[in-house]
Design a protein around this ligand. Structure first.
Ligand SMILES: O=C(O)CC1=CCC(=O)O1
Length: 265
């Protein structure tokens, strides 16, 4: 299992696609409570066009979970450190939810390292700090797995959960084994992150995506992010929060179309 060591922590990553090719790099960033495996439905199609680098955000999956709270600066330094460690000069970036929030910060603050951004099911501010502090407290006191049922209900429609119980069980399994401190520390980073004043400074070509029924990040907040970014494309899928799983083909084709197609000026 490959890791890079960055300022005292080990970050787990995976690469798909032909590493020796000169295909563009595409970085994938996961949601809170998920890990690199959430991108499984996209990997074959993405790896046919890109060298795909996915990583477990600090505190989640197989990456280290040092005591927090974490911060948006640590998240972005983790991504830049990972690119540096792997000698990747530039990449496209696709992040969902918390991964999308990291993308907003990278697009505003580290534009020189990226070409195009996909910011899915996210916003420049993901709700009031008190909500995230309460969630962090619950994770520390009762364990992150105490949040699993409610979270899964926000992530998928009932119809999808009934149709695909195995898929949902696999996502739940990854969630249930999250490190409690890592989950809580990421909640605190989300609560402290308010990038509304920075979204207007994003000039990279950007696709913003939401789900019509997303109860985790309201579509209006995601739409507001798209409106703040000059020239951003906005797409709504018929899904709740993890549209890359519930509407896997549509998500994949929308992202590929954007990353490989012409950019309207
Ligand atoms: O936990 C949720 O419902 C949704 C969420 C917000 C930020 C994130 O990454 O996931």
């Amino acid at each position: 299992m490959p890791f890079v060591s960055l300022s005292g922590i080990r970050l787990h990553y995976r690469i798909d696609g032909d590493e020796r090719s000169d295909a563009p790099w595409l970085v994938l960033a996961n949601a809170l409570g998920a890990d690199v495996t959430m991108w499984a439905p996209q990997i074959a199609a993405f790896a046919a066009r890109f060298r795909v680098l996915r990583f477990d955000t600090r505190g989640l999956g197989c990456s280290d979970a040092p005591p927090g709270p974490y911060s948006i600066e640590q998240w972005t330094q983790d991504v830049i450190g990972l690119l540096d460690a792997l000698s990747i000069e530039r990449a496209h970036f696709c992040g969902l939810s918390m991964g999308g929030l990291i993308g907003v910060a990278l697009a505003a603050r580290h534009a020189d390292r990226f070409d195009r951004f996909v910011l899915a099911h996210t916003a420049a501010r993901l709700g009031a700090p008190e909500i995230w502090q309460a969630r962090a407290r619950q994770a520390r006191e009762q364990g992150a797995r105490s949040l699993a049922d409610a979270t899964l209900k926000r992530w998928f429609t009932d119809a999808f959960a009934e149709r695909e119980p195995l898929l949902v069980a696999m996502i739940r399994d990854a969630f249930a084994h999250m490190d409690d401190e890592g989950y809580a520390s990421n909640c605190e980073a989300i609560g402290a992150a308010d990038l509304r004043a920075e979204a207007g400074a994003i000039h990279a070509p950007t696709l913003v995506m939401t789900g019509r029924g997303d109860p985790s990040v309201a579509p209006e907040l995601t739409r507001a992010l798209a409106e703040a970014i000059a020239g951003a494309r906005f797409v709504e899928l018929d899904a709740q929060h993890l549209s890359n799983i519930e509407r896997a083909d549509e998500f994949t084709q929308t992202v590929l179309g954007f990353l490989t197609g012409p950019i309207a000026h």
